[in-house]
Design a protein around this ligand. Sequence first.
Ligand SMILES: Cc1cc2nc3c(=O)[nH]c(=O)nc-3n(C[C@H](O)[C@H](O)[C@H](O)COP(=O)(O)OP(=O)(O)OC[C@H]3O[C@@H](n4cnc5c(N)ncnc54)[C@H](O)[C@@H]3O)c2cc1C
Length: 420
Amino acid sequence: METIMWSAQIPRREEYDLIVCGGGIAGCAAALCGARLGRRVLLLEKSTLLGGLATIGLVNYFVPMCNHRGRQICRGMAEEFLRLSIRYGYSTLPDAWKDGEPEEAVSAPYQTEYDPWLFAMQLAELLDDAGVRILFDCRAAHPIAEDGRIAGIVTDSKSGFAFYPAKQVIDATGDGEIAAKAGVPTVDGRNYFSYFPREITLDSCRDAVNSGKIHRAVKTFAGGGANLYGGGHPEGMPFYVGASAEVTSRYLLDNQRLIVERRRSDPDRGSRELVSVPMMPQFRTIRRIDGDYTLHEDEAYVHFDDSVAAINDFDRADYVYEVPLRCLTRRGFSNLTVSGRCASADGYAWDVVRVIPPAILTGQAAAVAACRAMDEGCAVSDVSIRAVQKELERQGAGVHFDDSLVPDKIDRSAMRVNKL
Ligand SMILES: Cc1cc2nc3c(=O)[nH]c(=O)nc-3n(C[C@H](O)[C@H](O)[C@H](O)COP(=O)(O)OP(=O)(O)OC[C@H]3O[C@@H](n4cnc5c(N)ncnc54)[C@H](O)[C@@H]3O)c2cc1C
């Protein structure tokens, strides 16, 4: 490729203890946790609302945070954010979970839908009140890295480029953009043809009135309708791989053209209105780091000495996992931690780790580890893991699953304990 050299003198702004790149659900948890630990935190978000896929991406559904038998697994800020998401809007939370974990086993899962736009604004209020400095419409453009240490982040906004020095950086961009630019090895995911805008129809409005449930007025209207497992991906269509503007634009054009085409040929088109469309590409797995450890699907029921989050498989009852801190770090990059869907997990384990509740928990864990690294003056991979776990436990986030949750059919003697 032909290249050009470009250099520019840009303003150096105030220093932050922690810069969080990306204000998706993981970045919100990380920034909030950092601020609550008394740090000066800067949160950079390229869009104009917080929450990422969980709000502007129209994925407004907390997947089950339990073992599907009435025991809660995802706790900490996952619990706090779920409750916040339904505080002032509608919810589809089962009655059994209204007041917390039920006393008896129930099959109704701990899950809910919520108003994505309101939740985005509630997150902004929460973080603003906690003292997080939020810069909207401001892209984390590039890390300035020297000898494996990130000195700070160059931002790109309407006022031009600026440099913000940082002691610690968390990449919560959803696609490991900052880590990749700093030189961390990464792995690309492949994405199916999924694009789910929302519409109202005269029928859906009637349904809402008759049922008294406002969310029934809004229906999902698929462009590309592929599911998590690729079902519905058009035969012969290539997968969308990578984070380039070309790939993203092709995906957006393919979907937007399909929606217009469907509407053009719809005899009922006068009775419908598109009311919201995803404001970011609905790619599930774009790019993740190849971290110090990569979690695999067959590691359900494995305890890790350096676990920082106990999580569950949203789809399968009983499956519980632990996420080692090493999934969020890469040795040689001393003050960089990742969170959310760029954590190091592969195959189906990536799906389990990236959904909303675990993404929140890895955000929270990344911030605790980053703050600890500041205190200990060491690389984030070398922090005292017990101190990180104790702090997470103090914050109500479970770091190890309870062995009593492991179903009898699992041979407990074969359960592994993964030493550091
Ligand atoms: C089609 C689809 C359906 C899904 N369904 C569900 C579901 O039902 N339930 C569920 O729990 N999960 C679901 N998920 C997964 C879940 O929504 C995401 O994995 C999760 O929300 C990821 O959160 P995140 O914070 O890691 O990343 P993101 O949500 O991607 O957040 C990243 C944020 O960073 C910002 N950003 C990116 N780059 C920069 C930059 N350089 N500078 C500044 N800001 C930047 C983005 O604007 C965004 O706000 C689904 C995902 C998809 C695609």
